[in-house]
Design a protein around this ligand. Structure first.
Ligand SMILES: [Fe+2]
Length: 188
Protein backbone atom coordinates (compact mmCIF):
# COMPACT_ATOMS: atom_id res chain seq x y z
CA UNK A 1 0.00 0.00 0.00
CA UNK A 2 1.39 3.39 -0.94
CA UNK A 3 1.61 6.29 1.48
CA UNK A 4 -1.11 8.11 -0.47
CA UNK A 5 -3.74 5.35 -0.19
CA UNK A 6 -2.79 4.83 3.42
CA UNK A 7 -3.52 8.47 4.12
CA UNK A 8 -6.92 8.05 2.47
CA UNK A 9 -7.68 5.31 4.99
CA UNK A 10 -6.89 7.45 7.98
CA UNK A 11 -9.20 9.62 10.05
CA UNK A 12 -7.57 12.83 11.22
CA UNK A 13 -9.33 14.49 14.13
CA UNK A 14 -9.75 18.31 14.19
CA UNK A 15 -6.89 18.72 16.68
CA UNK A 16 -4.63 16.54 14.47
CA UNK A 17 -3.72 14.49 17.54
CA UNK A 18 -5.38 11.15 16.83
CA UNK A 19 -5.19 9.17 13.65
CA UNK A 20 -7.43 6.17 13.11
CA UNK A 21 -7.22 3.75 10.23
CA UNK A 22 -10.68 3.20 8.70
CA UNK A 23 -9.80 -0.38 7.70
CA UNK A 24 -9.03 -1.09 11.35
CA UNK A 25 -12.30 0.57 12.44
CA UNK A 26 -14.28 -1.62 10.01
CA UNK A 27 -12.60 -4.78 11.32
CA UNK A 28 -13.12 -3.71 14.96
CA UNK A 29 -16.84 -3.15 14.18
CA UNK A 30 -16.97 -6.68 12.71
CA UNK A 31 -15.41 -8.06 15.88
CA UNK A 32 -17.91 -6.12 18.02
CA UNK A 33 -20.74 -7.83 16.12
CA UNK A 34 -19.03 -11.22 16.61
CA UNK A 35 -18.85 -10.57 20.36
CA UNK A 36 -22.59 -9.74 20.39
CA UNK A 37 -23.18 -12.99 18.48
CA UNK A 38 -21.14 -14.84 21.13
CA UNK A 39 -23.30 -13.26 23.84
CA UNK A 40 -26.51 -14.42 22.12
CA UNK A 41 -25.07 -17.88 21.49
CA UNK A 42 -24.34 -18.32 25.20
CA UNK A 43 -27.74 -16.95 26.20
CA UNK A 44 -29.31 -19.50 23.85
CA UNK A 45 -27.18 -22.23 25.46
CA UNK A 46 -28.28 -20.96 28.88
CA UNK A 47 -31.91 -21.40 27.82
CA UNK A 48 -31.17 -24.96 26.61
CA UNK A 49 -29.44 -25.84 29.91
CA UNK A 50 -32.31 -24.37 31.91
CA UNK A 51 -34.78 -26.51 30.01
CA UNK A 52 -32.55 -29.59 30.36
CA UNK A 53 -32.68 -29.31 34.16
CA UNK A 54 -29.10 -28.08 34.53
CA UNK A 55 -29.42 -24.75 36.40
CA UNK A 56 -25.70 -24.59 37.22
CA UNK A 57 -24.72 -24.91 33.54
CA UNK A 58 -27.43 -22.35 32.71
CA UNK A 59 -25.87 -19.96 35.24
CA UNK A 60 -22.38 -20.50 33.78
CA UNK A 61 -23.67 -19.72 30.30
CA UNK A 62 -25.54 -16.64 31.54
CA UNK A 63 -22.31 -15.27 33.06
CA UNK A 64 -20.61 -16.06 29.76
CA UNK A 65 -23.34 -14.03 28.01
CA UNK A 66 -22.67 -11.05 30.30
CA UNK A 67 -18.92 -11.26 29.68
CA UNK A 68 -19.39 -11.36 25.91
CA UNK A 69 -21.67 -8.32 26.03
CA UNK A 70 -18.92 -6.56 27.95
CA UNK A 71 -16.37 -7.57 25.30
CA UNK A 72 -18.59 -6.12 22.56
CA UNK A 73 -18.92 -2.85 24.46
CA UNK A 74 -15.16 -2.69 24.94
CA UNK A 75 -14.86 -2.62 21.14
CA UNK A 76 -17.68 -0.05 20.93
CA UNK A 77 -15.98 2.25 23.44
CA UNK A 78 -12.54 1.84 21.88
CA UNK A 79 -13.83 2.73 18.40
CA UNK A 80 -15.54 5.87 19.75
CA UNK A 81 -12.66 7.00 21.94
CA UNK A 82 -10.45 6.95 18.83
CA UNK A 83 -12.64 9.04 16.57
CA UNK A 84 -14.58 6.25 14.85
CA UNK A 85 -18.26 5.34 14.79
CA UNK A 86 -19.39 1.84 15.73
CA UNK A 87 -21.74 0.45 13.08
CA UNK A 88 -24.25 -1.89 14.72
CA UNK A 89 -25.25 -4.29 11.94
CA UNK A 90 -27.41 -7.45 11.96
CA UNK A 91 -26.45 -10.21 14.34
CA UNK A 92 -27.09 -13.76 13.08
CA UNK A 93 -29.45 -15.97 15.10
CA UNK A 94 -27.58 -18.58 17.15
CA UNK A 95 -28.55 -22.29 17.25
CA UNK A 96 -31.14 -23.26 19.86
CA UNK A 97 -30.80 -27.03 20.07
CA UNK A 98 -28.00 -29.40 21.06
CA UNK A 99 -28.02 -33.18 21.63
CA UNK A 100 -26.63 -33.14 25.16
CA UNK A 101 -24.59 -31.02 27.59
CA UNK A 102 -21.29 -32.37 26.23
CA UNK A 103 -22.24 -31.15 22.77
CA UNK A 104 -23.08 -27.71 24.23
CA UNK A 105 -19.57 -27.37 25.69
CA UNK A 106 -17.94 -28.86 22.59
CA UNK A 107 -19.69 -26.15 20.54
CA UNK A 108 -18.46 -23.57 23.09
CA UNK A 109 -14.85 -24.79 22.75
CA UNK A 110 -15.08 -24.67 18.96
CA UNK A 111 -16.59 -21.18 19.05
CA UNK A 112 -13.93 -19.83 21.42
CA UNK A 113 -11.17 -21.26 19.20
CA UNK A 114 -12.70 -19.34 16.28
CA UNK A 115 -12.87 -16.12 18.35
CA UNK A 116 -9.18 -16.57 19.25
CA UNK A 117 -8.37 -16.90 15.54
CA UNK A 118 -10.27 -13.65 14.80
CA UNK A 119 -8.49 -11.76 17.59
CA UNK A 120 -5.11 -12.97 16.31
CA UNK A 121 -6.06 -11.82 12.81
CA UNK A 122 -6.85 -8.38 14.22
CA UNK A 123 -3.47 -8.22 15.96
CA UNK A 124 -1.83 -9.16 12.64
CA UNK A 125 -3.76 -6.40 10.85
CA UNK A 126 -2.87 -3.78 13.46
CA UNK A 127 0.81 -4.70 13.03
CA UNK A 128 0.55 -4.50 9.25
CA UNK A 129 -1.02 -1.03 9.59
CA UNK A 130 1.50 0.10 12.23
CA UNK A 131 -1.41 0.75 14.61
CA UNK A 132 0.38 0.17 17.92
CA UNK A 133 -2.46 1.61 20.01
CA UNK A 134 -4.93 -0.96 18.68
CA UNK A 135 -2.37 -3.72 19.11
CA UNK A 136 -2.04 -2.83 22.81
CA UNK A 137 -5.86 -2.64 23.15
CA UNK A 138 -6.10 -6.16 21.67
CA UNK A 139 -3.59 -7.63 24.12
CA UNK A 140 -6.33 -7.84 26.77
CA UNK A 141 -8.39 -10.01 24.41
CA UNK A 142 -5.42 -12.23 23.54
CA UNK A 143 -4.95 -13.00 27.25
CA UNK A 144 -8.71 -13.35 27.83
CA UNK A 145 -9.00 -15.95 25.06
CA UNK A 146 -6.29 -18.14 26.64
CA UNK A 147 -8.34 -18.14 29.85
CA UNK A 148 -11.65 -18.73 28.03
CA UNK A 149 -10.32 -21.73 26.11
CA UNK A 150 -8.72 -23.25 29.22
CA UNK A 151 -11.92 -22.90 31.28
CA UNK A 152 -14.02 -24.61 28.62
CA UNK A 153 -11.45 -27.39 28.17
CA UNK A 154 -11.52 -28.09 31.92
CA UNK A 155 -15.32 -28.33 31.97
CA UNK A 156 -15.27 -30.61 28.91
CA UNK A 157 -12.71 -32.89 30.60
CA UNK A 158 -14.98 -33.16 33.65
CA UNK A 159 -18.04 -33.87 31.49
CA UNK A 160 -16.14 -36.63 29.66
CA UNK A 161 -15.14 -38.16 33.00
CA UNK A 162 -18.73 -38.07 34.25
CA UNK A 163 -20.05 -39.58 31.00
CA UNK A 164 -23.52 -41.00 31.59
CA UNK A 165 -23.05 -40.85 35.36
CA UNK A 166 -25.93 -38.70 36.65
CA UNK A 167 -24.29 -38.06 40.02
CA UNK A 168 -21.09 -36.83 38.33
CA UNK A 169 -23.13 -34.49 36.18
CA UNK A 170 -24.99 -33.23 39.25
CA UNK A 171 -21.66 -32.37 40.92
CA UNK A 172 -20.43 -30.51 37.82
CA UNK A 173 -23.72 -28.62 37.63
CA UNK A 174 -23.44 -27.60 41.29
CA UNK A 175 -19.90 -26.40 40.70
CA UNK A 176 -20.90 -24.29 37.67
CA UNK A 177 -23.72 -22.75 39.74
CA UNK A 178 -21.10 -20.87 41.80
CA UNK A 179 -19.80 -18.78 38.90
CA UNK A 180 -20.59 -15.07 39.26
CA UNK A 181 -20.21 -12.16 36.87
CA UNK A 182 -17.63 -9.54 37.76
CA UNK A 183 -17.37 -6.62 35.33
CA UNK A 184 -13.78 -6.12 34.18
CA UNK A 185 -13.84 -2.43 35.08
CA UNK A 186 -14.22 -3.24 38.78
CA UNK A 187 -12.13 -6.43 38.63
CA UNK A 188 -9.02 -4.65 37.32
FE1 LIG B 1 -15.41 -12.45 23.78
Amino acid sequence: MTLRTKLQNIIILPDNSILMNTRIIAELCEQMIKEFYSANLYLSMSAWCQEAGLPGCANWMRVQYQEENEHALKFFDYIHSHGGKAVVSAIAAPPTEWKNIQEVFEATAKHEAEVTRCIHQLVKLSREENDYTTEIFLQWFVTEQVEEEENVRNILDQLKLAGENGYGLLLIDRDLATRTYTPTSTAE
